[in-house]
Design a protein around this ligand. Structure first.
Ligand code: ADP
Length: 541
């Protein structure tokens, strides 16, 4: 017997319609690329999205067409999120930090027909135009006064002129909720990037998950500032969840540095921040240098890479914010696990709390996790035994866009490429990317644990551990450190600090100092480049 409930499909356009009707006057603030702050509202965003949808249809954009963006987090990008998907086309958010050959590859692979770009990325747009791909129209996400000159881009117009002549009436169409809504390519640390094609259904379900209290808790009582870029896994789904719950949204535009972020946090009374550790490193360093203590920020969500305990401590002890440590991937929309505490943890002392908080957290309802060994056998959830982490669920990719070969799936389970443990309370802890783990004499050393420990050492700003070939042990750890600007911490001091924190056989055989760690397109340390740079490194005997 079937239930007798409405068949209303789970579509992104309903989120915007809802925001327009019930959160009409809630603000959406955006730092523009031109400079000034734009003050809008969910009602305005909905109206301009309808004009944009009419403009796109007039341009010939049809359901299923791919529309690309090369853009920061701004109100115009937000309108594209809703208008492109809402009319049934697919929003392809291109990461502007990709190397040119990969940028070319994905615009070609996605068969993008229109490219919207911020003025910052005019050169990248010109590069795309020079490659004779399928892109027919280029639209600069600015106004007439700031339209870049002499670009020779085909069909170039500015965003404001593009939408201005069109009606603010648009009937968002209903269609199958499994229709593709957006496309995001993984950063492709090896080989070509792979496309993850989200659907309306997966996006809407993920929005509910993002808003849950035991998740990111996106809510109407927060002023939410997603620093995580809208070109990276749909800014972790924050724009959709914010529309659904009616959160005031503050978008940082190109200002991702500590000073610009602090201006917005302070000026707009932001209460909830979301971003990757490298961004928070910049903000914390800036706040320290100007002697500023945050007062209004309640939550800082940190994900995308391991969050060092020293960072959790700085936000919680100095700035009075609660850190929410989360884990996910492009392929998982991205939220997979979130670290929130259980009642029994209230009695823990600082060290006990930190031992829990540093873990990546518990799975959200909707996803299922398991650990397997090299032979696909299940590994116990005892907090000790590590295995390959697999995930499944309605917002996990079932395959990659236009790619026949699929080495990432084991039936319905997706291989994350992470090595993890899961404890008896179901807290998952990543010990490493499988390709980064350091194999010493048949045992594994977690590069993440080593780095986290090193980042607690006074004078150490950033640290990365890699395995270096060793005649007896196969590999031994080399620790690569970036000092704080005002520090002259030595290798011996780092070693002495770590000796008190780690098992003896985990201690790095050597410590090297460099000016800056190489970062990839999503702000993560490029271990591969470090391994290349230190290939043939001779460890002291
Ligand atoms: P990429 O395009 O670089 O794969 P993703 O955002 O998809 O970008 O990267 C996902 C990977 O990032 C995960 O598989 C994991 O290795 C790492 N990661 C994400 N969040 C965390 C976290 N909280 N702690 C440790 N690693 C994380």
């Amino acid at each position: 017997m079937l239930g007798q409930m409405s068949h209303q499909p789970l579509l992104i356009s309903y989120q915007l319609r809802f925001a327009d009707r019930f959160h009409h006057n809630i603000e959406v603030i955006s730092r523009t690329v031109e400079g000034p702050i734009d003050r809008s509202s969910w009602g305005q965003i909905a109206k301009r999205s309808r004009k944009l949808a009419n403009a796109l249809v007039a341009l010939g954009v049809k359901p299923g067409d791919r529309v690309a963006t090369l853009a920061w987090n701004t109100h115009r990008h937000l309108e594209l999120y809703f208008a492109v998907s809402g009319l049934g086309a697919v929003l392809h958010t291109v990461n502007p930090r990709l190397p040119l050959d990969q940028l070319r590859y994905i615009v070609d692979h996605a068969e993008d027909s229109v490219l919207f770009f911020d003025n910052t990325f005019t050169k990248l747009a010109q590069y795309v135009a020079s490659q004779q791909l399928e892109v027919r129209n280029f639209i600069a996400m600015t106004d007439t006064a700031n339209l870049p000159a002499d670009t020779h881009l085909p069909g170039l117009t500015d965003y404001e002129s593009f939408i201005a002549p069109h009606s603010a009436e648009f009937e968002w169409p209903d269609f199958d909720e499994n229709t593709a809504s957006s496309l995001c390519y993984t950063s492709g640390t090896s080989g070509n990037p792979k496309g993850v094609l989200y659907s309306h259904r997966s996006t809407v379900l993920h929005s509910y998950a993002a808003a849950m209290v035991d998740s990111l808790g996106i809510c109407a009582s927060d002023v939410t500032l997603p620093v995580v870029p809208m070109f990276h896994v749909n800014a972790w789904g924050v724009p959709y969840a914010a529309a659904m719950v009616g959160s005031k949204l503050v978008l940082p535009g190109p200002g991702m540095d500590g000073k610009s972020l602090l201006e917005l946090i302070d000026g707009e009374q932001v209460t909830s921040l979301l971003g990757v550790p490298t961004v928070w490193m910049g903000l914390l360093t800036h706040m320290k240098s100007v002697g500023y203590t945050m007062k209004g920020v309640r939550k800082v969500t940190i994900g995308g890479a391991a969050c060092p305990p020293s960072m959790i401590e700085a936000f919680e002890k100095i700035h009075g914010a609660r850190v929410i440590h989360a884990w996910g991937m492009t392929e998982t929309s991205p939220i997979g696990t979130v670290n929130t505490m259980l009642p029994k943890h209230a009695a823990l002392d600082d060290a006990g709390r930190m031992a829990v908080k540093r873990k990546q957290g518990r799975p959200l309802y909707g996803v299922d996790l398991r650990l397997v060994d090299d032979d696909h056998n299940a590994v116990p959830h005892d907090g000790e035994t590590s295995g390959h982490l697999q995930i499944r669920g309605p917002w996990v990719a079932s395959s990659y866009f236009r790619r026949d070969r699929d080495e990432a799936h084991d039936g319905e389970w997706f291989y994350t490429g992470d090595i993890a443990t899961i404890d008896a309370d179901s807290y998952m802890q990543i010990t490493d990317r499988s390709k980064d783990v350091i194999k010493s004499g048949g045992e594994w050393i977690s590069s993440i644990d080593l780095e986290n420990a090193a980042m607690g050492c006074p004078g150490v700003a950033q640290a990365a551990a890699i395995g270096v070939a060793h005649p007896k042990w196969q590999e031994r750890p080399l620790l690569i450190v970036v000092r704080h600007p005002d520090s002259d911490v030595t290798a011996a001091e780092v070693q002495a600090y770590l000796t008190a924190k780690l098992a003896k056989w985990w201690l790095p055989d050597a410590v090297e100092f460099i000016e800056a760690l190489p970062l990839g397109a999503t702000g993560k340390v490029l271990k591969r480049q470090l391994r290349e740079r230190f290939a043939g490194y001779v460890l002291p005997t």
